[in-house]
Design a protein around this ligand. Structure first.
Ligand code: G
Ligand code: G
Ligand code: MN
Ligand code: NA
Length: 257
């Protein structure tokens, strides 16, 4: 069957799940997690979101699916709010272009925050550079509404897409995420090292935080730390985990303190 009809059925049958990948600060403590969609198909096996997100966008299924991820993240933050070892954590949610451009998007975020009663800054929306390709004035206005609400805004996969520095300075962002393609060979490829260093410097000169993704080794983390990077995500710390495994990890780390 075509991926589009399988995805529609998967959505109706609750075959989609959310895993959470830890994010770690400069002192090694967990600061938050990124919510990542997972699809276990009975015949296809595990389907990567890299494969099915484009289909979800083409079919508009990304609207209900994205809404569900957003509401799930807010419900999770609300459940953690009265657990001392979990209450400080944020959750990053990927927002696709189609979802962001939907006229109801800002209202959906507002209602998810109000319903759950969470602190808005704990919700970190990950936007991509493809939002800057056109409709820039509307993008800036919507980001401004989200920012006014207190939501944290990150620019995901930074450096691989359409990055105009003149737009970048106009966006009400909180953080840049260095794309993992620059982190992978950071110790062996001087160009990647220079790019990572430049992104960290750019973020700081614009008053933004910076997170590196795809950090797999201590040596990569140490290199990034020396350049002033303050947050990390990658297999060095943890792969994305089902919620029960994530909560067990948080409790284990808290018990070791
Ligand atoms: O986790 P993984 O490497 O398989 O993710 C592949 C891609 O899918 C990443 O670019 C990630 O941003 C995207 N992705 C994962 N979950 C979501 C989601 O909930 N919404 C959107 N729009 N993209 C997601
Ligand atoms: O595009 P986005 O940044 O949202 O994608 C995040 C994706 O990166 C997730 O699908 C996750 O599985 C993947 N990922 C997370 N950490 C690592 C890592 O250390 N190495 C590699 N190769 N992929 C990672
Ligand atoms: Mn992301
Ligand atoms: Na990314």
């Amino acid at each position: 069957a075509a991926l589009a009809s399988d995805l529609r059925q998967a959505w109706l049958d609750n075959q989609l799940q959310i895993e959470y990948q830890p994010q770690v600060g400069a002192d090694g403590h967990m600061t938050g997690v990124e919510a990542l969609l997972r699809w276990e198909h009975p015949e296809r096996g595990t389907v990567s979101p890299a494969q099915f997100i484009p289909t979800a966008e083409e079919t508009s299924l990304i609207i209900p699916i994205g809404h569900w991820v957003l509401e799930s993240a807010c419900a999770q933050l609300a459940a953690w709010a009265h657990r001392p070892e979990r209450a400080h954590l944020g959750i990053s949610v990927n927002v696709s272009v189609r979802q962001f451009r939907h006229p109801d998007f800002v209202d959906e975020v507002t209602s998810a925050i109000v319903k759950s009663g969470i602190e808005p800054r704990k919700l970190r929306l990950e936007l991509t550079e493809s939002l800057l390709a056109d409709g820039i004035e509307v993008t800036i206005a919507k980001m401004g509404s989200l920012k006014a609400m207190g939501v944290t805004l990150s620019l995901d996969d930074f450096g691989i897409g359409y990055s105009s520095l003149s737009y970048l300075k106009r966006l009400p962002l909180d953080q840049l995420k260095i794309d993992r393609s620059f982190v992978r060979d950071i110790l062996t490829d001087p160009n990647d090292a220079a790019i990572a260093r430049t992104i960290i410097g750019l973020a700081h000169s614009l008053g933004l935080g910076v997170m590196a993704e795809g950090v797999e080794t201590e040596a990569q983390r140490d290199f990034l730390a020396r350049q002033g990077c303050e947050e990390y995500q990658g297999f060095l710390f943890s792969r994305p985990l089902p919620i029960r495994e994530l909560e067990a990890l948080i409790d284990r780390l808290a018990a070791e303190e």
